[in-house]
Every structure is written in structure tokens, then in C-alpha cells.
Ligand binder design. Structure first.
Ligand SMILES: C[S@@+](CC[C@H](N)C(=O)[O-])C[C@H]1O[C@@H](n2cnc3c(N)ncnc32)[C@H](O)[C@@H]1O
Length: 319
């Protein structure tokens, strides 16, 4: 997945002239803080250099994950046409760009962000977005923030920076602010999945309808050490590659998400939970099924149309 051209150009402009060695140092520190899920009372994006490192190395991947999550929900909610967005822990405005790419109907957005450094970057980028009214607000979302109800509410890659209790309290508040759809996205690690399971249980208790990725609202059938997650291939720009000292022009971003709706979304029978395996004439798919079970299903040519659909199905697709 590539960034939208206007965002790519705005990011390139923002990073023009930033010394590579400084970017690399900041990216290394940022990456080790994220990997350790460090909660030491400091925001990860506490200054301009960390904000720049996020733009260079994380924005393309979180954009891909958020865009794919929104796309999965949109597929099952064809009549949903949001006009307003509320995004919390907005960073450089990733969800604004992903949401307006998915739903060009969005014409106003409220972006809540605690870090002054990344808010400044996000504000500058969003001037180039297609959304007419974008309101950036400084707030610690774990404490309190002011925001009207919005059709679409997003919380992407934020829960890992909050304590479990703060995270669930925030999700409850965001659900109360959701007019149509709430989408939560987290890294596709076992820890990210566990956090998402807690969010899932709480939203079901609150009466939410799960639009995606789950085909049911029964207990999650996945048992540790397995965990549910998806993946998107992300194109790396030259600067991204240099900053990460990477060889290949792409990386795979693993993520997990939950889309919770006020109205029931379209139902579906199964979601593909892993890359398909198989050889000629047969295919093995790991599926989450609408009856609440997870199953490895072997399909052969004898399964006719189902086999043809399975051959086309990708990890994360509805079958
Ligand atoms: C990993 S970044 C994700 C940014 C963006 N949502 C994305 O997906 O690219 C997490 C963001 O949440 C912000 N954040 C963390 N805790 C917060 C809080 N309590 N209130 C507001 N923002 C917070 C951080 O400053 C950071 O910008």
C-alpha cells in the first residue's frame, strides 16, 4: 500500500533538509520504546525529532493498517457515509487521511493529541487533506477531553501507550461519542491482540454490533499462544529505507483491529485468518466462522465455486 499522493508530498516536504543521522538516531530510540511498550510517563513523540522519525518510519505502516481496517468495515457497511470524524491519539493525523481516503464524504474532523510536537506536524499535513474543517485539540485523553459526537470515531495505535484501565475507560468514552462506527487499531502482536480482546468484550457488553473483523459476537475462539492479526505490505520510500537502514523497498505491517457499529452491519460466513496454503488443486484456509469457531478447512476442486473463491481469498478477506 502507498500513501495518498498529497500526503506523500506533504511528508516529503516536512522531512526536507532533516539530517539523516538525527532521523536514524530518533527512529532507533522510538522503535525500542515501541517494542518495549514503555510507559514511563513520557510521550514517545515528545519532540520534533521523534515526530520526524515517526513520519519517516511509522506513518506509512500505520496508514496502511488503519486504511485496511476502515476498508474492511466499509465493505460490510455499504450505506455508511460518515460526515464527521473524531480521532484520539491522532499523531500526525494518520486516521484523518485514511478515513477521508475511504469515505470522501467526511468534511469535518476533530483531532485530539497530547504531544505538541506531533500535533504541529499533523496540523501542517492536514492543511493539504481533502477534509474542509479540521480542528486539532491539545488534551490528555486518559483524563478528559471535549468533543462532540461524530459519525466515525477512531483510536489507532494508542492503547499500548495507556494502562489497561485507562484504555478501557477511554474506549467507553469513545463509544459514547460514536454516532455510527468506532474503529480501534493496534499493533498485531500477542499483547495488541490481548488488549483488543478486552476492548471487544467491553464493546459487546455496551451493546455494540461487531462489523469487522469478527463474523460473530461469541467468545473469541482463538487460544494462546495463537493470536488474531492481519498484515499489509507497505511501500518504503528511499528516506524510509535509509532511516531504517533497510535493504528491501517494502515492509509488512502486522495489525489487529475492531470495528464496532451502532447499527448491525452485513453478516458474512467466514474470515480468512492466515495466508492460504496449498498446492495444485487444493487449498488450506484458516477461517473464523460465524458459528463462533475457528477451523482449518481444506478445499479442493470438488468444492466448485467455493474453491475458486478460496483461491482468490487473501489473509483478512471475507469468504
Ligand atoms: C503511536 S502514535 C499513533 C498515531 C496515529 N493514531 C497513527 O495511527 O499513526 C500514538 C499517539 O497517541 C498520542 N497519545 C498517547 N497518549 C495520549 C493521551 N493520553 N492523550 C492524547 N494523546 C495521546 C501520542 O502522543 C501519539 O501521538
Amino acid at each position: 500500500m502507498e500513501l495518498p499522493a498529497a500526503l506523500r508530498a506533504a511528508v516529503d516536504r516536512a522531512l526536507e533538509g532533516v539530517p539523516l543521522a538525527e532521523l536514524q538516531r530518533a527512529a532507533d530510540t522510538l522503535s525500542s520504546r515501541y517494542r518495549a511498550e514503555l510507559r514511563d510517563g513520557r510521550l514517545h513523540l515528545s519532540d520534533e525529532m521523534f515526530a520526524n522519525a515517526y513520519l519517516a518510519t511509522r506513518l506509512p505502516a500505520t496508514f496502511a493498517a488503519v486504511r485496511a481496517s476502515l476498508g474492511s468495515a466499509a465493505e460490510l457497511m455499504p450505506d455508511f457515509e460518515p460526515k464527521s470524524l473524531l480521532d484520539v491519539g491522532a499523531g500526525p493525523g494518520t486516521a484523518l487521511w485514511a478515513a477521508s481516503d475511504c469515505w470522501p464524504t467526511i468534511d469535518s474532523a476533530t483531532m485530539i493529541e497530547a504531544s505538541q510536537a506531533i500535533r504541529k506536524v499533523g496540523l501542517a499535513l492536514s492543511a493539504h487533506s481533502a477534509v474542509a474543517h479540521v480542528d486539532w485539540r491539545a488534551a490528555d485523553a486518559a483524563k478528559s477531553f471535549e468533543a462532540d459526537k461524530a459519525d466515525l470515531v477512531t483510536l489507532a495505535y494508542v492503547l499500548d501507550e495507556l494502562s489497561p484501565a485507562e484504555g478501557l475507560a477511554l474506549v467507553e468514552r469513545l463509544w459514547a461519542a460514536t454516532g455510527g462506527l468506532l474503529v480501534v487499531v493496534e499493533p498485531g502482536t500477542p499483547a495488541g491482540w490481548r488488549r483488543m480482546m478486552a476492548v471487544r468484550s467491553r464493546l459487546i457488553e455496551l451493546g455494540a454490533h461487531l462489523a469487522a473483523p469478527c463474523p460473530h459476537s461469541h467468545a473469541c475462539p482463538i487460544v494462546e499462544p495463537d493470536w488474531c492479526h492481519f498484515s499489509r505490505r507497505v511501500a518504503r520510500s528511499r528516506l524510509h529505507r535509509l532511516t531504517k537502514r533497510g535493504e528491501v523497498p517494502w515492509e509488512d505491517e502486522k495489525y489487529i483491529f475492531l470495528a464496532a457499529s451502532r447499527l448491525p452491519a452485513e453478516t458474512f460466513r467466514a474470515r480468512v485468518l492466515a495466508p492460504a496454503r496449498g498446492g495444485s488443486g487444493k487449498i488450506l484456509l484458516k477461517l473464523c466462522l460465524e458459528n463462533g469457531s475457528v477451523e482449518e478447512k481444506l478445499l479442493t476442486k470438488r468444492d466448485g465455486d467455493l474453491f475458486k473463491a478460496a483461491r482468490r481469498a487473501d489473509w483478512g478477506d471475507v469468504l
